[in-house]
Write a protein that binds this ligand. Sequence first.
Ligand code: FAD
Ligand code: 2HG
Ligand code: ZN
Length: 472
Amino acid sequence: MTRDDLLAALTQRLGPQGVLLGADMAPHETDWRALFQGHAMAVLRPASTEEMADAVRLCAAARVPMVPQGGNTSMVAGATPDETATQIVLTTTRMTRIRDIDVNDMTMVAEAGVILKLAQDAARDAGALFPLSLSAEGSCTIGGVLSTNAGGNTTVRYGNARELMLGLEAVMPDGTIWHGLRRLRKDNTGYALRHLLVGAEGTLGIITAAALRLFPRPVEEAVAFCAVADEDAALSLFRRFRGRDESAVRAFEYMSAGSMHLVLDHVPGVSLPLAERAAHYVLVDLASSRPGANLRALLESVLEEAMEAGEVTDAALAESEAQRAAIWKLREEHPEGQKRAGASVKNDVSVPVSKVPEMVRRSCEALTRLIPGSRPVPFGHIGDGNIHMNLAQEPGTDPAAFLARSHDIMDCVNEIVRELGGSFSAEHGVGRIKTDMVEDWRGGAELAAMQAIKRAMDPHGLMNPGKVLRGL
Ligand code: FAD
Ligand code: 2HG
Ligand code: ZN
């Protein structure tokens, strides 16, 4: 089939609304960080699972590679087509139905293109909670967060996206629909295909809908923003809260001066709720669905103890919903602050929680030795051991020259992370940027199994080729 025949067949099946060409493809051809400029043959926008299946079948028959895309917020260019104009982007942006919410089973069935924030809102309107929460929640989709096994701010309490998924519906690389939308808490019936698709970054098929877990809504919340003495004090404060009421800790986020001050200096509409700037900050978010949990008293008493111990040097407690939102904005704007401040290289790493202070200190030292003048900007989900050990360029220097050192910068941090028993990608995935690291870190039996699975499920190598596994 020629390119023109394929596009004609796709337009006939999906209608003109379902096929974007030329300049209309632009937002789908580059990544959120603007590191790559791809060129697609076409962007397809199926509106249903059946349309998606037919689109995949047509592309597969023509042996045309496909790139699944949701909200296009990938931090590793996982949803970006290559530069050859031979790949077709399959976006889920028109698959936006919440098919079902059941508050007896505490489940929601959402199509892949549902924006995360809208899934949260739908759960709230039904009197329940869908707890996954990340700064990109206004743009990222259910299909995208599952395909990357996104973590975010509430992993410490509710787990990653994988833990929130019960079943999936997906279109396999040959266009077959897999109806796996089971809503069971127990289901041991052979290999768990659903868990292979979660975190596969679109390399094994396209998720079209998911059965998700819901939780009771909190009836009490308490949030504080603290200045802490150092990284050890941040971790010690986490342990204090965990020791008093582990189930109440909904989020526990660390921010270094480097990263926080980029937000304060570059993002409009934010302000520090403390008397003066500090070297290290922590955001504590407590929530409970138990009436009478008295989280405010818990917050005050733990912070008082930590102040007496010299761990916390200042703290602001949210007195209203507006103050709570303002405190969270300081954390949520971290990716944006770094984007506005110039070029930065991201190291989305994790180590065992107890090793976070050592990892951060050693990485900061090693990075400033590697590129004098550059600014380490560590921040992130300290409660689950995932720190964004990022490096921002020195102001006024050439961003391209800085980005050309990306791999040196990542290697510099990875060496330390590896020694401490960590991972080179805690939540953003591998995408196009870190395929060499998969080979290096997960070689041997693990890599061989991954390659065999990819070859078995996608024998012609058509589903997001070159992402996660190099050459496949
Ligand atoms: P896309 O970016 O479109 O795609 C991501 C990957 O999934 C690609 O490989 C794509 O091919 C694949 N894919 C997308 N949809 C499907 C589908 N339906 N079926 C199969 N494959 C599919 N991540 C975290 O884990 N935690 C965070 O705290 C976090 N914060 C972020 C903050 C910002 C400001 C930004 C820009 C990103 C952040 N991320 C975070 C990155 C994160 O990976 C995404 O936000 C989210 O998981 C991706 O969803 P998406 O719909 O945008 O997917
Ligand atoms: C976050 O935690 C995201 O805000 C993005 O994972 C991290 O910008 C980053 O490096
Ligand atoms: Zn993160």
